[in-house]
Design a protein around this ligand. Structure first.
Ligand SMILES: *Cc1c(COP(=O)(O)O)cnc(C)c1O
Length: 376
């Protein structure tokens, strides 16, 4: 059996090595390293894939969130609501822009923003909601969008983990994750479902005016060369990464299928054990399994984590500390009683190896090792 990896970037690269190498060498030869034709071509390819009017490439997923918030004109003191159980980038940029982060609890079964908690957190100062499509499936966007409409709020989807997922509205309309709100963001960090070989990110929107604003902000606030109309940043996707992403985008649906297949195999393997709770998929979304995350009951989760590492099975705790308890984001406004779900999840979740190259033999070994450790 091959060594098990959390994410097998090498195995995935080897399968498309010729295509990738050729197109990277073409960029080197062209010397159009910044804003070259590959960037524009990738932008168009991704617009077509997502069926969205505008894709604005940028340097990483954290910048994408920050630029989206700048583009919407959010001002210091505006409250922005997001989930307590996510990667820190989301709350980091809210705080950096001197907006006020308002963290709310998540659903125990999907790990996504809890709609009741979201409703309860709205005040006259609330200006935006940032649902995070955590681990690869969409938050309840029908409810989020309805709340946003009622209270006149912006919706910024943090889609760093769910690119390629499909959302189906009650009326049957289907859209790609990240294209449902006013603006969506993603990350092309190498281990993400659509990852490049360095840093990268993008912003999506169907709003022409917002797209124009965002294109200026990513480029020092310039709409005409050396005329700075607004305060911007320098945030670019480079041409080499764009060339790599163009090739990988052609494989994205197949990558999503491979992840789903591996997830189903895990779920079947654990189905008999009452102390292992496998992922729940909401009926309005497909799941692209950026992470395959179990909840463990009546077992010492940290002991399982160590045991698996000892057996050569990488695994991770996403996330070990809820954002409201992080030193940087503590705030007297928060009550522990408002975070009963995230406070429980941090002690029960464990994410297993999940990537496009997992083999049955490896999964059988992982499943057996876990079942042997956790008594029914
Ligand atoms: C990875 C990630 C980001 C940040 O992306 P970077 O490209 O690393 O800046 C933001 N939000 C979520 C939910 C992520 O998983």
């Amino acid at each position: 059996m091959k060594n098990i990896q959390m994410v097998d970037l090498k195995g995935q690269y080897n399968k498309i090595k010729k295509e990738i190498d050729t197109s990277v060498l073409n960029v080197l030869d062209s010397t159009a390293y910044i804003n070259g034709p590959e960037v524009k071509a990738f932008q168009t390819d991704l617009e077509n894939y997502l069926d969205v009017k505008h894709v604005i490439p940028c340097a990483n997923g954290t910048d994408a969130l920050q630029i989206a918030m700048m583009g919407l004109g959010l001002k210091p003191g505006d409250e922005v609501i997001t989930a307590d159980f996510t990667f820190a980038a989301t709350v980091e940029v809210i705080a950096l822009l001197h907006l006020t982060p308002v963290l709310v609890d998540v659903d125990a079964d999907t790990f996504n923003i809890n709609i009741k908690a979201l409703q309860k957190a709205i005040t006259p100062k609330t200006k935006a909601i940032v649902p995070v499509h955590l681990f690869g499936q969409c938050a309840n966007m029908e409810a989020v969008l309805e709340i946003a409409k009622t209270h006149n709020l912006f919706v910024i989807e943090d889609n760093a983990q769910a690119i390629g997922a499909d959302y189906t509205f009650n009326n049957g309309v289907k859209k790609k994750a990240g294209t449902l709100g006013n603006v969506g963001t993603t990350s092309f960090f190498p281990s993400k479902n659509l990852g490049c070989y360095g840093d990268g990110g993008a912003i999506f929107t169907n709003d022409d005016k917002l797209a124009h604003t965002l294109r200026g902000i990513v480029n020092h606030g310039m709409y005409k060369r050396y005329y700075h109309d607004v305060i911007g940043v320098n945030s670019r996707l480079d041409s080499i990464q764009a060339a790599i992403l163009r090739i990988k985008l052609r494989h994205l649906d197949q990558y999503c299928d491979a992840r789903r297949k591996a997830a189903l195999y895990y779920t079947e393997g654990f189905s008999e054990n009452q102390n292992i709770i496998t992922p729940t998929i909401s009926d309005f979304t497909t799941h692209v399994f950026h992470q395959y995350t179990l909840k463990i009951q009546n077992t010492d989760r940290d002991a399982l984590h160590k045991h698996l590492l000892d057996k050569g099975i990488p695994n991770a705790i996403y996330y070990p500390v809820p954002l409201h308890s992080q030193k940087a984001y503590q705030d007297k406004r928060y009550n522990e009683s408002d975070f009963t779900v995230t406070n429980t999840l941090i002690d029960t979740v464990i994410s297993l190896p999940m990537h496009t190259e997992l083999e049955k033999e490896q999964q059988d070994f992982i499943i057996k090792t876990i079942l042997d450790f956790i008594n029914n």
